[in-house]
Design a binder for this molecule. Structure first.
Ligand code: SF4
Length: 426
């Protein structure tokens, strides 16, 4: 029988107490880290978002981890991040509040994006097209990498936690390559190259709703920890009611033999999940084929990533007032659909690499490249009636502009929907 993965769950009166308890439950910080070791903390500071948005790791969680790690007397302790494409890492550190904590605690901040000392290392047994990956020497040579994700809903992954946070260790070029293929597989490949040895999850305020761009923070009040990123992601999902059967990442992890996604192979220590359970609004999961009856939605064989983007896009069409105008559009995601009855090719939108094959029989359709495609592509392709696949700088610029224009109505729409959801829970 496979060895069980240990996941620690704490909900103490303060963040520091919860972080210390999680380290204790994992064996104690001085047993995990030797005196003189070099330690890299990898928070999620991928966007320039303030702490109250719950988009980046809470700076007080980062502070608590710094203070806990210092008990082991590390030789070197740094915080490192490569922010999302188009974002400035140092600005993200500042806006998230992590830079202020780093200054107060005397810890150096490193922008991985501007690091020049890179090693091009092979990914053994790679599953995506990422055969080699360039990573900073300091990261590869560190004695410990402590992964510090925040738990949040995510448009192209359903949720984001430990595994996804490791995407923030690569520079923009690799980051872009990851988005051009199967994102889950490429994240696992990067994980195999980086391998954080401790994961501490910030679930003090988790971000539900249409996070990461329109998060609706929810107080959960917990810290989780594990050496196994898949097991801790699994328990984090259970904690806020995300149905892991509907998230392909766990199936992919199982196939890849990475971590323990099965509850039978996980031992939770500390608090019980049911005692801390807090239902979060995650509109990226559930039945997609009948949710928007005004449209012809076909999603046989679609991964949860494309389903999540479908949910985001359809709700965006409603928010910007384009939903009625575009009704009856044929929308196809996934590679197991029967389109033999569709003759109106101009009104057909194919979403994702696995729908490319339908172009042969439906040459006039709008095919959006990507696995999954970018977050703005789908709703702009439908609402504007022309293809937007973010494959050119011009289109990326156009999408950024439109997202900015639509932001106010979209935010109001999301908060109103969140109110409805949480009121119905009471
Ligand atoms: S494009 Fe196809 S294979 Fe890729 S994430 Fe979407 S549904 Fe999955």
């Amino acid at each position: 029988m496979a060895q069980k993965s240990l996941v620690a769950l704490a909900k103490e009166a303060t963040i520091q107490e919860s972080v210390s308890r999680v380290f204790d439950l994992l064996g104690g910080v001085t047993n995990l880290i030797d005196e003189g070791d070099s330690v890299v903390l990898k928070p999620n500071a991928g966007h320039a978002a303030p702490p109250e948005s719950a988009v980046c790791t809470n700076p007080e969680v980062v502070r608590a981890v710094i203070r806990e790690v210092k008990k082991a007397k590390p030789g070197k302790l740094v915080i490192a991040e490569a922010a999302a494409i188009g974002c400035n890492t140092m600005e993200c550190f500042e806006v998230s509040g992590i830079a202020q904590v780093a200054r107060e605690e005397g810890v150096e901040l490193i922008d991985i994006k501007s690091d020049k000392d890179l090693i091009n290392i092979p990914v053994r047994g790679y599953r995506s097209n990422i055969k080699r990956v360039k990573l900073p020497r300091f990261l590869l040579e560190a004695d410990h990498i402590i992964n510090l994700p925040i738990l949040k809903a995510h448009a192209s992954m359903v949720f984001s936690c430990a595994l996804k946070n490791i995407k923030g260790t690569v520079q923009d070029r690799v980051h872009m390559d990851m988005h051009k293929q199967n994102l889950t597989m490429s994240m696992m490949d990067v994980w195999y190259a980086v391998r954080a040895d401790i994961n501490i999850v910030d679930a003090i305020y988790a971000a539900g709703g249409f996070s990461p761009h329109t998060p609706v923070p929810l107080k959960v009040g917990c810290i989780l920890g594990s050496k196994d990123p898949v097991a801790v992601d699994r328990i984090a999902c259970d904690l806020v009611g995300i149905d892991t059967n509907q998230v392909d990442y766990f199936k992919a992890a199982k196939e890849a033999g990475m971590g323990n996604p099965d509850i039978d192979n996980i031992e939770v220590v500390g608090e019980k999940v049911e005692d801390c359970f807090t239902k979060m609004w995650v509109p990226y999961v559930g039945d997609m084929s009948s949710r928007w009856p005004e449209y012809d939605v076909r999603c046989e064989g679609a991964c949860s990533s494309c389903q999540a983007l479908l949910a985001l896009s359809m709700e965006k069409l409603k928010a910007i007032g384009a939903y009625e105008k575009c009704r009856n559009t044929h929308i196809v995601i996934g590679g197991k659909n029967d389109l033999s009855d569709i003759e109106d090719n101009e009104n057909l939108v194919l979403h994702g690499n696995c729908t490319y094959k339908y172009l042969k029989e439906h040459p006039g359709a709008r095919w959006i490249k990507g696995c999954p495609p970018g977050e703005g592509c789908f709703y702009l392709t439908v609402s504007e009636g022309v293809l937007h696949d973010a494959q050119t700088d011009e289109d990326i610029k156009h999408q950024r502009h439109q997202l900015e224009v639509h932001e106010p109505v979209w935010s109001s729409y999301v908060y109103a929907e969140a109110d409805k959801f949480y009121e119905a829970q009471q």
